[in-house]
Write a protein that binds this ligand. Structure first.
Ligand code: PEP
Ligand code: MN
Length: 331
């Protein structure tokens, strides 16, 4: 929002009032000496009337957003395979293994997710791995195993699309398409994923600003996606002790100021199972509309990301903890 001031306005007082209303202000100098101020987008929500009521304010201009389609999701829920995610909906538990390893493994995983109160089964058939020698996923065959397991246990399916080439195959088996952190700015992939008109879970790249993340979501919606759920999964920090830095400040901002659907993946943020439950509670208390966690029926044998995968009892506890955290968070 841009505001201009009357020539005789008490600039200091206007600035103080705006700061008191939670605004981040940038002073602008305009030609002709007229004072103007820019209210940065991450400021607290404020109506035009509230700004106009401040003594000394002459005009208020609302800058055009670079992501009008994403802005339309403000205060809305996204239909994620029959599960609403977003403002006002019950917090959702999305869980499952890092990768789909076998028909038996994914069926046991689906059972444990359903028993813990989860609504969506996650799991990768195409895995983005740092090393080409790591397990890269079973591909299309794994999608069939996953679909059958989810159907047998009343769950919806969310799985990652790694390449434009695989969009149709994944869409035939999944309810929600996932775009991974490493592909957040792969615009050709975003457009191909958007074009099949599915809901998309868009992970934040480990080095993306919120605006870059929002613009990636806009690409999906502009290409035809039926909705976007943002997923925070940790960004680059400076301290390796907690692997990535789980940015819960961004989550609170997205949930409470932008009011967009957002979930948190603590598994890829910290990479260790003992911190998943406290981080899920923190995420829900910060306003996240759900959590996505890795869980495995036999985590110690997992072909990828075993150290961060929850085993059945821990996942059941988490289902309970999530509900308790929501109750605490809403008072
Ligand atoms: C995943 O969720 O399977 C995954 C690979 O996560 P990320 O893209 O956040 O690294
Ligand atoms: Mn993983």
């Amino acid at each position: 929002m841009l505001i201009t001031l009357h020539p005789d306005a008490d600039v200091g007082r206007v600035r103080k009032e705006l700061a008191g209303l939670g605004q981040w202000i940038e002073d602008l100098s305009t030609e002709g000496g007229r004072r103007a101020m820019l209210l940065r987008p991450h400021s607290a929500a404020l109506s035009l009337q509230e700004v106009r009521a401040i003594e000394g304010v002459a005009d208020v201009f609302v800058a055009r957003s670079g992501h009008p389609l994403l802005d339309e999701l403000e205060g809305c829920t996204v239909d994620a395979g029959g599960v609403p995610i977003g403002d006002g909906a019950e917090a959702v538990l999305i869980a499952g293994p890092c990768s789909i390893e076998s028909e038996t493994q994914v069926d046991l995983a689906a059972r444990m997710v359903a028993e813990a109160g989860g609504k969506l089964l996650r799991g990768g058939a195409y895995k983005p791995r740092t090393s080409p020698y790591s397990f890269l996923g079973h591909g299309a065959e794994a999608l069939g195993w996953m679909r059958r397991a989810a159907d047998a246990h009343g769950l919806s399916v969310i799985t990652e699309v790694l390449s434009e080439r695989d969009v149709d195959t994944v869409a035939r088996h999944a309810d929600v398409l996932q775009v991974g952190a490493r592909n957040m700015q792969n615009y050709a992939l975003l457009r191909a994923v958007g074009a099949v008109a599915y809901p998309v879970l868009l992970k934040r790249s480990m080095s993306a600003s919120l605006e870059e993340w929002f613009l990636a979501a806009e690409h999906l919606l502009n290409a035809g996606a039926s909705g976007v759920v943002l997923c925070e999964r940790g960004i680059v920090g400076f301290d390796p002790s907690t692997r990535n830095l789980l940015d819960l400040g961004a989550v609170a901002l997205i949930a409470h100021v932008h009011r967009l659907p957002v979930v948190v993946d603590p598994s890829h943020a910290v990479g260790r199972r003992d911190l998943i439950e406290p981080l899920c509670r923190a995420a829900l208390a910060a306003g996240a509309h759900g959590v996505m966690v890795e869980a495995h029926p036999d985590a110690r044998q997992a072909l990828s990301d075993g150290p961060q995968a929850l085993e059945p009892a821990a996942l059941r506890r988490l289902g309970w903890a999530g509900r308790a955290a929501v109750r605490e968070a809403v008072g």
